[in-house]
Ligand binder design. Sequence first.
Ligand code: GLC
Length: 722
Amino acid sequence: MKKSNAKPAKISPELEKKIEELIGKMTLNEKVNQMLQLSYHALPAEEFNKKVEAGLQGSYLHVLGPETGRYNDGAASSRLGIMPMFGIDAVHGHALLHGATVFPSQLAMACSFDEELVEKIGLATAKEVAADGLDWVFSPVLCIGRDLRWGRVDETFGEDTLVVSRLGAAIIRGYQTDGLVAACAKHYLAYGEATGGRDAYDTEITERKARESFLPPFRAVVDAGCMTFMTAYGSIDGIPVMISRRYLREILKDEFGFDGFVVTDWANFQALVKRQYIAKDETEAAKLGVLAGNDMSMNTPEFERGCTEAVERGDIPMEFIDDAVRRILRVKARLGLLDGTRKRPDRSVIGCAEHEKLNYRAALESCVLLENNGILPLDRKKLGKVAVIGPNADDWRAQIGDWTFLSHPSPNPDAEPNDVNVTVLSGLRAALPDTEIVYEPGCVIEKEISDEESDRMMHAAIAAARDADVVVLVLGDDLAENGETKDRSDLTLYGRQNELARRISAVCQNVVTVMVTGKPLVLGEVKKCSAALLQCFNGGDLGGKAVAALLLGDENFSGKLPISFPYSTGTLPCYYNQYDYWHDGRYMDAPTTNLYYFGRGLSYSEFEYGDVKLSSDKISADGEFAVTVDIKNVSERDGVEVVQLYFRDLVCSRLTPVRTLIDFARVEIPAGETKTVTFRVPASSLGFVSEKYDNVVEPGDFRLFVSGDGEHFKTATLTVTE
Ligand code: GLC
């Protein structure tokens, strides 16, 4: 793939000069408005329109392309003519725009472990956003999805710090190719780790823990040239991140060298006064937030007066304002907004055939086969009647997930699907034109219906299953159960879904269950009822087409779980890289293991792993070593394997997780052939974060684990010498 121009172009001396001249000319009011991003939700219409006509706003959000005209006109007619940046939540495609390509969610695309694919998704999204007249994507989410009760797990790349780091950097390289759009690493910091999985709540982690698990993805994307960051709603150890000079100015800007700008999340400045009771008024809020390192306020109009007053009172020195404005103008310069060189692809790229093709590849790689008793792949010749049953079998809304034209910027439940959308039902109908396919939803998820209607649906589904050769049972969750403020205390399948699975499997033994969900749910019941079980997080517009092709063997599975599945909600957190337990189990009333582990994923191919070979069994703490393993595809089916390399320090002065992923690779292995996979590992990867925040590799023995499923391992032992 063409090496993308990941790091935004350095700014020319002429533009640096122009920026300094602008800052020299700008009034305080012009500077403060450059630091204020508004959406039409933020103000009464008349007041908002006045701001738009004045043309001083640094940025607008939730404006879609066709509406940008009046905003640009206002800016062009202003005294200095500084053009605004338009920001949008294009988090899995430019999906807020009806007709744009809706890719699989981040959690779904993470199942691919495919950095090249994710970078291409970033580039395709950037082209559609830029073509639509916008400039800035509030993406990627770099939160670590470890507490599954949290409502936004679907937006993460899963539970592993390395996977989040690598895929986050990949999608940013795609977004920022040739300065198409600015990316936005969010939500800084540890937003998903809040106590109880509660959205926007407090996270009780130490800085050491933050450096070990939560900061590395953000460091990785600074190194990839990410142009903007977004501060989280929440707090760490009782301090709202947006007023933490430690995390914003000292670590992000000084230590990591971040030279872009930081925008707050929605109305964070206002929250300091009205939700977190940290500031007595917006003047104090402005002082705390700007001094800590926030350069732009998202949607707190009061910021204008508060910040102006704080500067006039001397609470905020002008150099802090100038630094914020300089950072914003530099990003605008990189996007071509300061000198009229802004590049925009033609609108025909939006939802184009090339992106649809990429979307289909993404949907295929985002499906994970968890169980298969041999029923898959289905044989078309033996399919007289297929019963497609379940509430998510034909629910395109549940399939495409959150942050689309359905849910944002204003909820639009009556919208029609994109023309290209394919559900599991329509995908199977298209793939099996000569097979009798009957469809029954069987039950609802959380909609209110009468008992009579509920029983009727159940009986109709059982009747449809009774004489079917195969039942494809599609269960899960839907938009109402995923997203901001939608944390769940119980991850059991809603409604009568488990009952439906039990009763269907009582009349038909060939049940292929497809989970269409935003995040992991509790699947123990379903697993018992299924001859095969697929996990499909929100697969985007073509999710159903991919499922049909995979079930029929037209395509092969390659997806792996980027996140673990618990036996029950009470066993959370269930992420794989935890410490050993002192006693022989976590709970007296639940198994010690997860239902499914990070890294799992079956295939129609079968891979046999040879012994692990090390380039040396002894290395120095500043050395490097190679881990090599032969993997043979012993099946008759070409396949792709995601090879995972984990390690554990066997004796360490710090508690160490049972294993930690330090590398992974997607490897194509033709039927019958053997591929040699080699990982080159710096010894520093075997370190831990000390109290002084150094990365320390202690001498001693380390176990290396190579795996294709996160549960079965080939191992070798390495000694790090003094
Ligand atoms: C939301 C989200 C954030 C999003 C922003 C703009 O509340 O927390 O992820 O980018 O507001 O829509």
